[in-house]
Design a protein around this ligand. Structure first.
Ligand code: GDP
Length: 469
């Protein structure tokens, strides 16, 4: 069948779009998991047609210097296989040099191209479109992969150019009156919602992330075993669905990619690396992450790496210290029983940047404190969507005495006002007289003040500076 590809530089939302389009029907195809060669395919059904989607994402290099070669690699994959290419850019940021380089490469291919301007939920639509025109790709669709806006429009456009072969046409020809039931269902209920919004208030997507053997799948079993598992209300996630949805306090918690959580890896370096890769993918598909730590081992370097990704992803985080039963009573290693306060202190020290995340000590095998985990998920999911009015914000700003706090404001910088521009994660824009980068300690101070005044437990807070003309 026809294939299309998603390309784009890191962090523009490729995986989120991929997950949204495929409804998590995917398979990792590669020589070795976790190595840069992995290639992920998904199946996209739209209006009765099925196409394959190749996610060229692979592993995003952490090193900025590697990004250009990564971009070229993606373009090559797209070139080899795809009948159409969707390039994704981040509508909330300026066009970057790699975007322009990639577009230039793609334009040479002569293949049908689409530019998905992502994350439009916070940006005025027309302005966004105009900014990205100069990239040279004319089929431009502003979308929000995260919220599902305009995804149907994008699919309409892409599917219109894909070469659906004879087999499908023949099938339709031979059985015109009675299409197979599944085909019919697929036509009526595409994998993607045009109106995802209606689910937003009711559903929270939860990722369980962590190193191998910390107890992720045990926790998953306990979560699904102690709550009412319900049939997924999202169309397109049927037998092959890998999400499980549970109900807690009237809310639907969608645990994403449970197949990925259950997949067993031996504890070796490869599995450890793969768990980091999986964490990043799971984060992209979620609202709240449960970062599972093994109490018998404390916070390791890999835990800190995964925690760092969670922080940067903008997702909310609940830290779950598992296997607490093993360190409190009847220790077999001769050490004295662990003290919760001391453990938490050490954990906070190793995971400094996640200081906003609640920590919960559990035993997944004994089912202890599981309800606290669920309570925390519900709580932080609400916090990340909370809105502060500009009026509240301005009254808050008047109270904060930056000078007294002794935090360095950039030279000659003045803050006129501050407003919350987005939720999930809460994002604040400071309108100032000059476009400057906020000093680290200033931002830290501001964040603490905002948290003290408004909460936002479990969620990172983002700040942006806009100079007022
Ligand atoms: P995963 O690789 O993160 O999914 O880890 P598993 O869920 O497979 O757990 C790894 C091992 O730790 C298994 O032998 C579990 O039975 C054990 N385990 C998980 N949670 C707990 C716990 O809370 N207490 C104890 N004692 N063992 C646990």
């Amino acid at each position: 069948g026809p294939v299309f590809a998603i390309v784009g530089r890191p962090n523009v939302g490729k995986s989120t779009l991929f997950n949204r389009l495929t409804g998590s029907r995917r398979s990792i195809v590669g020589d070795e998991p976790g190595i840069t060669r992995d290639r992920i395919y998904g199946e996209v059904r739209w209006n009765g047609h099925t196409a394959r989607l190749v996610d060229t994402g692979g592993i995003v290099p952490d090193d900025e210097a590697l990004i250009p070669s990564e971009i070229f690699r993606q373009a090559r994959v797209a070139l080899e296989e795809a009948n159409a290419i969707v390039m994704v850019v981040d509508g909330r940021t300026e066009l970057a040099a790699p975007d322009i380089d990639l577009a230039r490469l793609l334009l040479k291919t002569g293949k049908p191209l689409f530019l998905a301007v992502n994350k439009i939920d916070t940006v005025a639509l027309d302005a966004t479109a105009e900014n990205f025109r100069r990239i040279g790709i004319h089929n431009l669709v502003p979308i929000s992969a995260e919220h599902g806006h305009n995804i149907g429009d994008l699919l309409d456009e892409v599917f219109a150019v894909l070469p659906f072969g004879n087999e499908e046409a023949e099938e339709e020809d031979t059985e015109p009156e009675e299409p197979a039931q599944e085909e019919e269902a697929a036509a009526e209920k595409p994998a993607v919602h045009r109106t995802h919004g209606e689910f937003e208030q009711h559903e929270t997507r939860v990722a369980i992330i962590g190193r191998p053997n910390v107890g992720k799948s045990t926790l998953l079993n306990t979560l699904t075993g102690t709550t009412r598992a319900i049939v997924s209300p999202i169309a397109g996630t049927t037998r092959d669905a890998v999400d499980e949805v549970i109900e807690y306090q009237g809310r639907h918690l969608r645990i994403v990619d449970t197949a990925g959580i259950r997949r067993k890896g031996k504890t070796n370096l490869m599995a450890e690396k793969l768990s980091v890769v999986m964490a990043r993918r799971h984060l992209e598909a979620s609202d709240v992450a449960l970062l599972v730590i093994d109490a018998t081992e404390g916070v390791t370097a890999s835990d800190a790496t995964i925690g760092g990704y969670a922080h940067e992803s903008g997702r909310s985080v609940v830290i779950v210290v598992n296997k607490w039963d093993l360190v409190t009573t009847g220790r077999t290693d001769g050490k004295p029983p662990a003290d919760r306060e001391i453990f938490e202190e050490q954990l906070r020290h190793s995971l400094k940047y996640l200081d906003y995340a609640p920590v919960i000590f559990i035993s997944a095998t004994e089912g202890r404190n599981i309800h606290r985990v669920l309570d925390a998920v519900v709580r932080v999911a609400a916090e990340r969507r909370k809105r502060v009015t500009t009026g509240q914000m301005n009254r808050f700003l008047e109270r904060v005495d930056f000078q007294r706090a002794g935090v360095p404001l950039a030279k000659k910088m003045r803050i006129f006002y501050m407003t919350q521009a987005a939720v999930a994660p809460p994002t604040f824009v400071l309108f100032t007289n000059r476009q400057v980068k906020l000093h680290f300690s200033f931002e830290r101070f501001l964040e603490n003040q905002v948290r003290e005044a408004f909460g936002f437990e479990g969620s990172p807070i983002w700040f942006k500076v806009r100079a007022r003309e």
